[in-house]
Ligand binder design. Structure first.
Ligand SMILES: Nc1ncnc2c1ncn2[C@@H]1O[C@H](COP(=O)(O)OP(=O)(O)O)[C@@H](O)[C@H]1O
Ligand SMILES: [Mg+2]
Length: 374
């Protein structure tokens, strides 16, 4: 049997660089070496990739001329140039059957790198361009979730540039609509970076300025008081499966960066102790949100659940943490799917989606050759 060559992509330029390295190491370690040949591909903090035509003529003749050398746009932000791939260096080309992107946040989870895989026609694990971009933008996701009648925390959003023009009016509006405490977020971050829980006007003002360092858009949400932080894992393409829920008990006032990665005192309870009917509702909601937000492959869906059982969808992560102790694989393990079987399934789903898309028509041939007419 031919082995499937899997490019495992890790690192990247986001605040979650380190987490990505740990996740990728777990994945590489667990991938079945009898089934897969692994090509590790690292992206440095600066955006360097490690590892492994003439257009005018084409315009004139409508046909590529084969003798011209091939050029490719290499994803190296330092060069911004088309690189000539000379046949003199065939070893420069590294062929892969499927890519497993394990880059969280900006440049990995936001659709940009997925676009590159699409252009390169390489199957890849996880959400496509649109689903990734939606999942990364908490404001766009919220609007789509509201449309799909999925409960989300009440919130308002505005441009940072509008805020600084009239800060007093904006602060008064937030106080009137949401009150304190409230959560201020840059909509396109992860790992709680740039997020503040504001308890008063001074904190709110500082929080908006902090979030403004990360995004042009600011999201402010009403705080759910003493929430249970419940997470579920979703797996599949068009008819996804959902795992048992787990609960995170953060070590800090909320699940901030330190509580996630630094102090090691947050606790995960798997499975979460919730009444069965509530679990069912949350699971249904997770699948509905996966579909409403155009996800595929995998996603971890996070909820904030009140004592009285009322719950809100907080966010969806299309490339969740993937270390051997991360919630996404742990929840599948608790639901009867081993870590390495989960990886097999994700790779299978990536190829399934690719094959399905490949069957779609992308071109149209008009009856008359109109462009050749005088
Ligand atoms: N509206 C809210 N009410 C209560 N807690 C919240 C709210 N929004 C965020 N939090 C807390 O902040 C944490 C991080 O927020 P989240 O939106 O999940 O951002 P990130 O994408 O960075 O994980 C959550 O896990 C939760 O502890
Ligand atoms: Mg979160």
């Amino acid at each position: 049997m031919n082995k499937i060559k899997v490019g495992v992509l890790f690192g990247g330029r986001s605040a979650e660089h380190e987490v990505s390295l740990v996740s990728a190491a777990s994945i590489i370690n667990a991938l079945d070496k009898n089934k897969y040949e692994i090509l590790p591909i690292g992206i440095t903090r600066e955006g360097r990739w490690l590892s492994a035509v003439n257009a005018v003529q084409l315009l004139k003749n409508h046909e590529p001329i084969e003798k011209f050398p091939e050029h490719v746009l290499l994803p190296d932000p330092r060069k911004q140039s088309l690189i000539n791939i000379s046949t003199a260096f065939p070893q420069a080309a590294q062929q892969v059957d499927v890519i497993f992107p394990v880059i969280h946040g900006t440049g990995g989870e936001d659709g940009t790198i997925q676009g590159l895989f699409e252009l390169a026609e390489i199957p890849y694990v996880g959400a496509g361009v649109l689903g990734s971009a939606i999942g990364m933008d908490k404001v766009v996701a919220k609007q789509l979730l509201l449309q799909a009648k999925i409960p989300v925390t009440p919130g308002i959003w505005f441009l940072f540039s509008d805020f600084v023009k009239k800060p007093k009016e904006q602060l008064a509006l937030i106080e009137k609509k949401l009150g304190y405490p409230c959560f201020v977020k840059p909509p396109n971050q992860g790992s709680s970076v740039g997020i503040t829980k504001a308890h008063n006007r001074k904190e709110l003002l500082d929080a908006v300025h902090l979030a403004g360092e990360y995004d042009h858009k600011i999201l402010v949400e009403k705080a759910v008081m003493k929430p249970h932080e419940i997470e579920v894992s979703v797996l599949g393409n068009e008819t996804p499966k959902v795992s048992l829920p787990g609960e995170i008990i953060p070590s800090n006032e909320f699940y901030d960066y330190d509580a996630k990665y630094v102090d090691g005192k947050s606790v995960a309870v798997i499975p979460a102790k919730l009444p069965k009917p509530l679990i069912k509702k949350i699971q249904q909601c997770a699948v509905a949100s996966f579909q409403a937000l155009e996800c595929s492959g995998m996603a971890r869906v996070d909820f904030l659940v009140q004592k009285n059982g009322r719950f809100f969808l907080n966010e969806i992560n299309t490339i969740p943490g993937f270390t051997s102790i991360s919630m996404y694989p742990k929840l599948w393990e608790a639901s009867g799917l081993k870590y390495s079987d989960l990886l097999d399934e994700l790779i299978r789903l990536a190829i399934e989606r690719y094959d399905k898309r490949k069957k779609l028509k992308t071109a149209y041939t008009p009856k008359n050759d109109w462009y050749k007419q005088p």
